[in-house]
Design a protein around this ligand. Structure first.
Ligand SMILES: [Zn+2]
Ligand SMILES: [Zn+2]
Length: 288
């Protein structure tokens, strides 16, 4: 799949697609009545499969800023790097992040920072490459950056089993053993143009990247939103939001900010970039 690139001042952001699945509304937004989807099925046909499923993309982003090369999230991975998750969420199909990275003209060794928006199983899949008992960072020259609240939330086996399988041992725990993990606890500047900020609710340590260059802004927001409909329906609760009330507060806060700063926005499970627009007093995702 071709990647799309957005330029914000002197920062280049490219979507790197890893995988895609179709999941029923009943599994993703179980409390939303089926008929409430109708206006969004009409407005955003590309976001849905049939009349009752979301097309869930697993997107990562390559960000180039001030001589640095960063990757946001590492997707689902493949049947060796994240076996249970690829089998259970990914339909047994290997992700293609590394091929997308190559198609964009980069190698794994070019990445100097991997920023993980949060530590859910579908955002950490390519963290580690396994060869028999040998494990190594897939991005060998990178520091991996994540919020310490997610490390605390998921490191015990009990909590990491909320999805029904243990991804932690395969994709996240090795980062610390390998000495490549930097846990952060709040707003952190990654370059003079890139700052990551806490956007909690979906998980306690969820973070978003604020890109600010040449008077332009973009917000890369991980799982703050699950699909374009939630830009309008900010109260709709995604099944895996750990603190739904806080997730709603964060969504509305980021929308206010995106609207007032005229920022481009991106979310990991929907393809491409968007902007917040208003129609008849309601806010909508508009694709760029
Ligand atoms: Zn998530
Ligand atoms: Zn996710």
């Amino acid at each position: 799949m071709p990647h799309s690139t957005l330029t914000i001042g002197s920062v280049e952001i490219s979507v790197l697609h890893d995988s895609e699945v179709a999941l029923p509304f009943s599994a993703t937004f179980p409390d939303v009545p089926p008929e409430a989807w109708a206006p969004y099925l009409e407005r955003f046909p590309e976001a849905y499969s049939g009349s009752d499923k979301m097309r869930i993309h697993f997107e990562c982003y390559l960000v180039r800023s001030q001589g640095r090369t960063l990757l946001i999230d590492t997707g689902l991975g493949n049947s060796s790097s994240n076996p249970n998750v690829v089998a259970n969420i990914g339909g047994g199909i290997d992700g293609v992040l590394l091929a997308e990275l190559q198609a964009a003209g980069f190698q794994a060794g070019d990445i100097d920072t991997v920023f993980l928006t949060h530590l859910h199983p579908d955002h950490v899949g390519w963290n580690v490459t396994r060869n028999g008992d040998d494990e190594s960072p897939t991005f060998p020259n990178a520091r991996y950056v994540a919020h310490e609240a997610d490390w605390a939330a998921f490191e015990t086996p009990l909590d990491s089993e909320i999805f029904g399988y243990d991804w932690w041992a395969e994709t996240v725990a090795p980062l610390r053993r390998l000495g490549v993990l930097d846990l952060i606890s709040g707003e952190t500047e990654l370059t003079g143009e890139l700052t990551v900020v806490p956007t909690p609710g979906h998980t306690p340590g969820s973070m978003s990247m604020i890109v600010n260059s040449g008077g332009e802004r973009a917000f890369i927001m991980g799982d703050v939103f699950h699909g374009p409909a939630q830009v309008t329906e900010t109260d709709w609760v995604f099944h895996y939001d750990m603190d739904p009330d806080q997730a709603g507060l964060t969504r509305r806060g980021m929308l206010d900010r995106a609207e007032s700063e005229n920022a481009a926005i991106a979310i990991c499970h929907h393809s491409g970039f968007g902007r917040v627009v208003r129609e008849s007093g309601r806010r909508y995702w508009q694709a760029l």
